[in-house]
Design a protein. Sequence first.
Length: 226
Amino acid sequence: MAISLSVNLNKVALLRNSRGSTNPSPKVAGQTCLDNGAYGLTLHWRADNRHTRAEDVRVLRALCDQRGAEFNLEGDDREELIALGWLAQPIFLLAFVAGELLHLPGLLFVAVARVVFGPTAGLALGYVGAVFAIGVAFAVSRQLVSAARATREPWRPRWVFARRAFEKLEARPVRTIALLRVVFGLAPPLTYALAATPVRAREHLLGCAIGLVVPVALVHCVSGLL
């Protein structure tokens, strides 16, 4: 019967805490263990944070997901620990939406999802987050420009490529939006411009879902190489 080794990093974290610094790093110790053949990593998060902290749980869980290793979190069923697992994804999605509304680079959140949640879950969350954030930004923008759209001509971009694409919105909205998202990604100005057109919300969402596959997958892959 084969025996698999999962290394407990609590004492590494305890030594770091006693020194009042960041050294030794549980993450570096975990990477060293995995590099040398450990099957997984183990933590025991106490309510008093005497050993590992919440940030250690997040970082080492992401490391194990990235390396395809087992991650064991022992004991302590308090609410904060349970919430750490199921609240992470909703919090990430809300942060993605807030970032889009505040003009933060959307693809940065895709890269963060890859690092924090691992290759598989990170790709799914990065993609869903991108589509969700764009959809919310579109809805908010449409409410803000609805009055102006009733009294003015729809806005048109100056770039020849973008202008031609906007001229095809009425005939081929999904295909046009998908092409624009491939080129411009999650750029907020594009969302605002589309919100000022007569395109329907479901057509916008479908076009974004198709067009964002390429930029999200590209950033996800690049993030995995860093």
